[in-house]
Write a protein of this length. Structure first.
Lengths: 112, 112
């Protein structure tokens, strides 16, 4: 089954404790992206990757890191989480940056 | 228009009503316009990807039109059903950007 898998789906953590949200897709997509969704603001892009080893900042990259060492994986790293990073996070992939996005199920993160 | 704007923010209709929403986006260097349907507790799912001025797409009772010269797209739902209740997102790719910019969505509630 074609899918984008994120883990963890839910996480409560404390300020400053490094965490990684994994994202994996099995559709051989070139393009992958991370979004955060906050009430009233819609989906805002954090980082995206056009291909392996190619990553670029989105609209709200501060406090996040990513890597794209393999085509299928695109982890989101919060080196020192802060409460303003409490949000719902979505990973998405597509064949190209203009193509239909396939979204993961979302990861709800709470930073205390 | 620098951002992607959607109106109305929310909409309540009765079962059987037809309805439509608007998405406004930057018309300069336009490349693609996406519509997504996002049900509560699920992930956004693609409805349409549109690229050509004057394009019209249809999926069942849902259809969309695109005007790239003036920078707007309409999404129509004919004979709304309770299962159409969701947030409808549009996203634009253009203006020299290499990533989609999402609007904040139109939340539709269809009363039985």
């Amino acid at each position: 089954e074609a899918q984008v898998t994120q883990n963890p789906r839910y996480l409560i953590t404390v300020t400053g404790k490094k965490l990684t949200v994994t994202c994996s897709q099995n559709m051989n997509h070139e393009y992958m992206s991370w979004y955060r969704q906050d009430p009233g603001l819609g989906l805002r892009q954090i980082y995206y990757s056009m291909n392996v080893e190619v990553t670029d900042k989105g609209d709200v990259p501060e406090g996040y890191k990513v890597s794209r060492k393999e085509k299928r994986n695109f982890p989101l790293i919060l080196e020192s989480p802060s409460p303003n990073q409490t949000s719902l996070y979505f990973c998405a992939s597509s064949y190209t940056s203009a193509g239909e996005l396939f979204f993961g199920e979302g990861s709800r993160l709470t930073v205390l | 228009i620098l951002n992607v704007e959607q109106s109305p923010q929310s909409l309540h209709v009765q079962e059987g009503d037809s309805t439509n929403f608007t998405c406004s986006f930057p018309s300069s260097n336009f490349y693609a316009l996406h519509w997504y349907r996002w049900e509560t507790a699920k992930s956004p799912e693609a409805l349409f990807v549109m690229t050509l001025n004057g394009d019209e797409k249809k999926k069942g009772r849902i259809s969309a039109t695109l005007n790239t010269k003036e920078g707007y797209s309409y999404l129509y739902i004919k004979g709304s059903q309770p299962e159409d209740s969701a947030t409808y997102l549009c996203a634009s790719l253009g203006g020299g950007r290499r990533a989609l910019t999402f609007g904040s969505g139109t939340r539709l509630q269809v009363q039985p």
